[in-house]
Design a protein around this ligand. Structure first.
Ligand SMILES: CC(C)(COP(=O)(O)OP(=O)(O)OC[C@H]1O[C@@H](n2cnc3c(N)ncnc32)[C@H](O)[C@@H]1OP(=O)(O)O)[C@@H](O)C(=O)NCCC(=O)NCCS
Length: 178
């Protein structure tokens, strides 16, 4: 980054070399700031801040670059809480809630609108809920009930899905799913 006082590993420094994907040259005077946005980012607070920043950017370019704004919102809306107190993960595809109280954490009311099912949206919503719960600082198990509604999925498949994603499935309540 030219013209910038670089301050070492924990300040502003040159961590990445930027190249254009079409092979055209990068202006040597250009300044870029790279944000990692995928779930693999190990610093969850950093990830949350990066996603919020991208959504603010999408709002700002809505009239100027509408397609890019729409793509960013579809990809990252619902991946961050917009209010600190909210325990509701939601986007245009569906929603779920979560609660952390004392040493227990729960996810509940997972729902994907019928027209968007079987495209990975439930998995994404749950991953975002898990991320929020980890950001709060809960390190233990995260619990969920497996009581499918609307005949949308077989209970055994739902249990497998929840376990594969790392959730603890609660024992069945009496009369549940009836
Ligand atoms: C259950 C529900 C949330 C799944 O949403 P979805 O977006 O279709 O799920 P995903 O596409 O993310 O799929 C998640 C996994 O479940 C599997 N799955 C989803 N629906 C399935 C079905 N009908 N039959 C078999 N497997 C199914 C997917 O193959 C996927 O498995 P994988 O991780 O091995 O690939 C959705 O059907 C729903 O909202 N149902 C009504 C509300 C409900 O029952 N909620 C659960 C309350 S406990």
């Amino acid at each position: 980054m030219k013209g910038t006082q670089l301050t070492g590993k924990y300040g502003l420094f040159s961590k990445y070399n930027v190249q254009k994907s079409d092979g055209s040259p990068v202006d040597p005077e250009a300044e870029y700031f790279v944000l990692r946005l995928d779930d693999g980012c190990s610093d969850k607070r950093h990830l949350q801040a990066s996603r919020e920043a991208v959504l603010v950017y999408a709002d700002q370019i809505e009239n100027h670059l509408p397609k890019l704004a729409q793509d960013l919102k579809e990809k990252y809306h619902g991946t961050v809480k917009l209010k600190a107190t909210e325990n509701f993960i939601h986007n245009k595809y569906g929603y779920c809630y979560y609660d952390v109280c004392e040493d227990r954490a729960f996810i509940y009311n997972l729902y994907v609108y019928p027209e968007y099912r079987l495209r990975g949206h439930a998995k994404r919503l749950l991953k975002y809920a898990i991320l929020e719960i980890r950001i709060i600082g809960h390190e233990g198990e995260i619990e969920i009930e497996a009581e499918p509604r609307e005949r949308s999925i077989d209970r055994e498949c739902l249990i497998r899905f929840y376990q594969d994603i790392g959730l603890k499935v609660l024992a069945r309540r009496e009369n549940a799913g009836a």
